[in-house]
Write a new protein. Structure first.
Length: 223
């Protein structure tokens, strides 16, 4: 089988890169990782060598290129059907696919006002009524899933699935901006952070030398 290559951005900032990377690590797939620091003068040309959209992540698999996080995850489901990517029963799979798609297309205010920055701590920053509405919807999803599947494991559908990979960057945001959560959601966040692959990503984010001013509030306020 051809080599899998995943092209990603900065681990501290690139929430979309985290999603397929975490899913692939948890599935114990072997893949080459190419990391391109974002928002440098060289970045657009470097990324376009791998991604026709000029954005990360992008997955190369032989002569196939997939350049969107959700599309990458769906492609992996097709290519590696033996992996437990999604719940087994149809109803749960439908819910999982729906909340993955909702994460992919929604929560714009949260993304803009509380960008992912794993190294930073900005308690209370970015909390607007629109962000609060996004948080309320996300935590409602988490509560419904955890209440329904809590006897089967610590994740949204018991065992780790693509839904958890899609919401993992939100967990890091809630930590960065010190978002107050109900115990059931706080427990879920702690379960995600404890995943070994997530620990690996977080450690790498802390080790990165690059900073992006628009995502680092101290630097942005001085620019």
């Amino acid at each position: 089988m051809p080599q899998l290559t995943l092209v990603i951005g900065n681990k501290n900032y690139s929430s979309w890169s985290l999603r397929p990377w975490l899913a692939m690590r948890e599935a114990e797939l072997e893949f080459e990782e190419i990391q391109i620091p974002l928002y440098t003068p060289e970045a657009p040309a470097q990324i376009r060598q791998y991604s026709p959209s000029g954005k990360v992540p992008a997955l190369q698999h032989g002569d196939i290129v997939v350049w969107d996080s959700l599309a990458i995850l769906e492609y992996l489901v097709e290519q590696f059907p033996a992996v437990y990517w999604l719940p087994e029963d149809s109803k749960s799979r439908a819910i999982a696919r729906s909340i993955c798609a909702e994460m992919h297309s929604g929560f714009t205010e949260l993304r803009q006002r509380m960008p992912m920055n794993i190294r930073a701590r900005y308690p209370g920053e970015g909390m607007t009524p629109a962000v609060q509405a996004d948080i309320a919807r996300i935590t409602a999803i988490w509560q419904e899933c955890r209440q329904a599947y809590q006897t089967e494991g610590d994740f949204l559908f018991g065992e780790f699935t693509l839904a958890d990979a899609m919401y993992a960057p939100v967990v890091t945001r809630f930590i960065t901006y010190d978002v107050a959560l109900e115990p059931i959601c706080q427990d879920y966040c702690e379960a995600i952070v404890a995943v070994p692959a997530m620990q690996e990503w977080i450690a790498a984010a802390h080790a990165e030398p690059e900073t992006i001013a628009m995502y680092d509030l101290e630097e942005y306020s001085q620019s």
